[in-house]
Design a protein around this ligand. Sequence first.
Ligand code: AMP
Ligand code: ZN
Ligand code: FE
Ligand code: FE
Length: 281
Amino acid sequence: MIDLHTHTNFSDGTDTPTELVNKALASGITTLAITDHDSISGWDEAISALRPGLSLVPGAEISCQTTDGISVHVLGLLFDPNHVELMNTLSKTRENRHGRMEKIIARINEAGIDISMADVLEQLSDGATLGRPHLADALVKKGVIASREEAFTQMLHNNSKYYVSHYSPSPEVAIKLIKEAGGVAVIAHPMASHRGRVISSETFGSIINSGLDGIEVDHRDHTPDEKRELINLAKEFDLVMTGSSDYHGNGKLNMLGEYTTHPKQWEKLESKATIRRVVTA
Ligand code: AMP
Ligand code: ZN
Ligand code: FE
Ligand code: FE
C-alpha cells in the first residue's frame, strides 16, 4: 500500500515521525510519504525509524495562494533538501504563520474569548510549523470548544470572521522550485470545496502549465463527482493520479492508508524525479 500524504507533530499531526513510521508498518503500508506543512524537519527522525518493509518518500505540503486569494496545497516529493530558494520559501512561510496567528488571536480576543499566543505555542512541538489546529487545541484546553473538528466547523474555517491568511508562494512558483530541486509536484485535494473557494479552471490550467506532475484524486474531501472530474483532467493532461490519507494522527478523522496510490501511478510519478531519492532501511 502506498500512502503519499501524511503529517507528524513537526506540523499539525499528533504522531512523532517514529510513531508514524511504526503505525505505517503495522497498517501494511509499503511506501509512505511524510509531508508536513511547509517543513522537512521530520525527515531525519522518520529515516532513522525506518525498518525493512517500508520505503520513505521525503516530502512537504507547501501552502500556496493564488493571485485571487485562494488557498492551494502543493505536495512536493523527492526534492533536494539543500535547494536554497525552496528552503528559504518554506522558512518565510513558517515565520509568517506566527504573525498571522497573532492577528487571528486578536480577532478572537475582540469577540471576548480569552486566549493568548502563549496558550497556542504550548500546543506546538519544538520546531514545528504553527497552524490553526494548534489554536484549536488551545481552545479545547481552555474549554472554549470540544474538539479540533468543532473548532474548525464553528470558528476557524476559511470563511470565518477570524480567518487571516499568511504569506505563501503562488502554486506556480512552488511547483517551479520543487522541479528545480529535482522533485515532483502533486496538487493536494484540489476540489475540497467544503473548505472554502476552490480554484477556477483557468487557475488549474495555469498550475498544470507550470509543470505539475500529478493530481491527488482519491482523498476524503472529494465527492465522487469531483473525483470523476479530476480523473478526466489527469487523463487529458497525462498527469499522475494519486490517492492518500492526509493522516494527522489524532488531529483528524483521516486513517492511515484510507486512500492509496496505485503502484503503476507511483512508478510513473517517481520516475519524474531527477534522481532516486526514496529512502529504505
Ligand atoms: P493552517 O495551515 O493554519 O491554515 O490550517 C489548516 C490546516 O488545518 C489544514 O492543513 C488541515 O490539516 C487542518 N484542518 C482543516 N480542517 C480541519 C478539521 N475540520 N479538523 C482538524 N483539522 C483541520
Ligand atoms: Zn494539516
Ligand atoms: Fe492540505
Ligand atoms: Fe495535508
